[in-house]
Ligand binder design. Structure first.
Ligand SMILES: [Zn+2]
Length: 301
């Protein structure tokens, strides 16, 4: 049975077939939509949430999205949860190359990432729809726009480095989104994005994890092939996909034992797994089966 759900951003076709039907996550773990439908492009295999089960775009402007995750809407609440995650991101590129750069962070929330790099960069552009972070971003003297549309309308000075972490899976049209970022970049500028990995090996291992992985807020589910195709279609060159796995082996064992997310970072095996974890993570990453993807691309006309 085929479904209509708009054109596929990777190949342009408009026929979708069912990929998974069942419970998906509705915000924080514990809240579920019981019978959602995940679709697969009949031509290229890109995966998307059926539009009927997706988060509406206004949830990212008001407080609905962060509320659904039981997360704070205040800048200080964001820093507590997200300052540490930025260290992983800073390791994904040569941060020293940002000296003198003009940087944009699309979907920067309260601006944790920009806080780390603003000492090296010449100027920082913050693009963020959530109104609750705007005052703090302005106070930090970042050039602030509520959307890519408004930055493009104002014809801002082109950037040398663009960053967009964990956003592309949320947007309505990811092809148009990448094309808009492209238009803000100067020639030879670099874009780095990140997104969860559809080829995360845990999805094949546990039905409960599958229901945890697919969620209302994520409209799109990319693997290394589909994200590469999308970036090429948007006009980018020199595209490189790096896989990253954020969890130790205890996380997997916990899912197998208890069918739920692991709550602390200590081994549940009764011994220290730090050496196993290194091998475990590297093995998953080199076969693109880790849980996250970082994609680097460049603008050349
Ligand atoms: Zn397709």
């Amino acid at each position: 049975m085929m479904f209509k759900n708009g054109n596929c951003p990777c190949c342009g076709k408009e026929e979708w077939r069912p990929f998974f039907q069942g419970a998906i996550r509705n915000g924080a773990y514990g809240s579920a939509i019981k019978n959602a439908l995940v679709l697969c492009c009949s031509d290229c295999g890109l995966i998307r949430m059926d539009e009927r089960f997706c988060e509406p775009p206004e949830s990212y402007i008001n407080t609905v999205y962060r509320d659904s995750l039981n997360q704070s809407n205040s800048p200080s609440g964001f820093y507590t949860k997200h300052d540490e995650i930025q260290l992983e991101r800073l390791n994904m590129f040569q941060v020293n190359k940002l000296r003198g750069a003009r940087v944009v962070d699309i979907g920067c929330a309260a601006g944790s990432f920009l806080d780390y790099i603003s000492g090296l960069a010449d100027s920082c552009v913050a693009i963020e729809p959530a109104l609750s972070y705007h005052e703090s971003l302005k106070n930090k003297k970042f050039e602030l726009y509520e959307s890519l549309d408004s930055a493009i309308e104002k014809s801002i000075q082109p950037v040398t480095h663009a960053f967009c972490f964990s956003v592309i899976e949320h947007v309505k049209n990811p092809l148009e989104f990448l094309q808009q970022i492209y238009s803000l970049m100067q020639e030879k500028a670099q874009l780095i994005i990140s997104t969860p990995n559809l080829n995360d090996f845990m999805i094949d291992l546990s039905l409960e994890y599958k229901s945890f992985f697919f969620r209302k807020a994520h409209r799109w589910y990319f693997n290394n092939d589909s994200i590469m195709k999308l970036a090429e279609r948007a006009g980018f060159k020199n595209i490189e996909v790096k896989c990253y796995h954020r969890f130790g082996i205890s996380n997997m064992i916990n899912w197998m034992q208890y069918s739920e997310p692991y709550k602390n970072d200590k081994s549940n095996l009764g011994f220290d797994t730090k050496f196993i974890d290194i091998v475990w993570q590297k093995n998953l990453e080199q076969s693109y089966r880790g849980d996250y993807l970082y994609i680097t691309m460049e603008k050349y006309k």
